[in-house]
Design a protein around this ligand. Structure first.
Ligand code: NAD
Length: 250
């Protein structure tokens, strides 16, 4: 477990930093009930990842959509942000955090109140028409009739997250690299560091002189290479302690 000394050290770095960013992966949402993709209990141990390959989706939209609705609307759709998401939103509100760069597609940072969120892999809580590019929200969809089609042009709808074989949204990539170049400190939460190109972001910040604070119950690629302060533990528990160190206990 991370001890009080490390929490205080992290709080001191964050108080002094003029430009802090957060970088989050699947681990920050585990305590909201969303498992990571990999690992023994990961999503890929129950579902076939090929259903989220772009080519497969266009050839077999019904089969893909059956998995998509189960995973992202019946399941992710009901998840609530946890203390870790909320502390990051509070830090932004108090001017201590410039942005969240997330690999997650669950919308939980926005639900917690974060305003500047760069979504590297898009967002599952929006649907986009593959024909006319109109956007829709899942609440307005009739998922009893799959696959869903656009009410304006009849085109096939796709969740607005990045499928395997799709490129990263240019804006998210450019904004993230720019923020990483300016950062004095990075709070890195719940990422293995194995998913590229997203994992480059903390390395870019480190190269530009940022101090890296990492929260994870397990060591990651980052811990072994660039992390300065490793806060070992679950995201919500550790961030609650960091919140108390920064803002005092409520
Ligand atoms: P990942 O790189 O996101 O790794 C998950 C990490 O979370 C691991 O390092 C693990 O030790 C850590 N972790 C587990 N429980 C934690 C906790 N309670 N607190 C903090 N950290 C914890 O790997 P992945 O899951 O294979 O994801 C692959 C890609 O898919 C990533 O881009 C990921 O963000 C995305 N994904 C998103 C969601 C989501 O939107 N919630 C869920 C699964 C995967």
């Amino acid at each position: 477990m991370c001890n009080e000394v490390k929490i205080q050290k992290a709080a001191e770095i964050l108080r002094k930093s003029k430009y802090t960013i957060a970088f989050t992966g699947a681990g920050i949402s585990v305590e909201s009930g969303i498992p990571p993709f990999r690992g023994d209990d990961g999503i890929w141990s129950k579902y076939d990842p090929k259903t989220l390959e772009l080519g497969f989706f266009y050839e077999n939209p019904l089969e893909s959509w059956e998995v998509i609705t189960q995973l992202f609307y019946d399941y992710f759709g009901k998840a609530q942000s946890n203390k870790a998401h909320i502390v990051l939103a509070e830090m932004e509100k108090r001017g201590m955090l410039k942005c969240v760069i997330t690999q997650n597609i669950d919308n939980l940072h926005q639900q917690a109140g974060s305003k500047v969120v760069h979504e590297f892999h898009g967002n599952s809580q929006k649907l986009v028409c593959t024909g006319c590019h109109s956007y829709f929200v899942p609440e307005d969809m009739d998922f009893d009739n799959l696959p869903p089609h656009c009410s304006k042009c009849g085109g096939l709808l796709k969740p607005d997250f990045i499928f395997f074989g799709e490129s990263i949204p240019v804006d998210a990539f450019e904004n993230s690299v720019e923020a990483a170049g300016k950062a004095n400190a990075v709070i890195l939460i719940g990422s293995t560091g194995e998913v590229m190109p997203a994992a480059q972001v903390p390395y870019i910040a480190k190269q530009n002189g940022a101090t890296i604070i990492e929260v994870n119950p397990e060591k990651s690629n980052f811990t072994r290479s660039i992390t300065d302060v490793f806060l070992e533990g679950k995201a919500a528990e550790v961030m609650e302690k960091l919140n108390d160190a920064l803002f005092g206990k409520k």
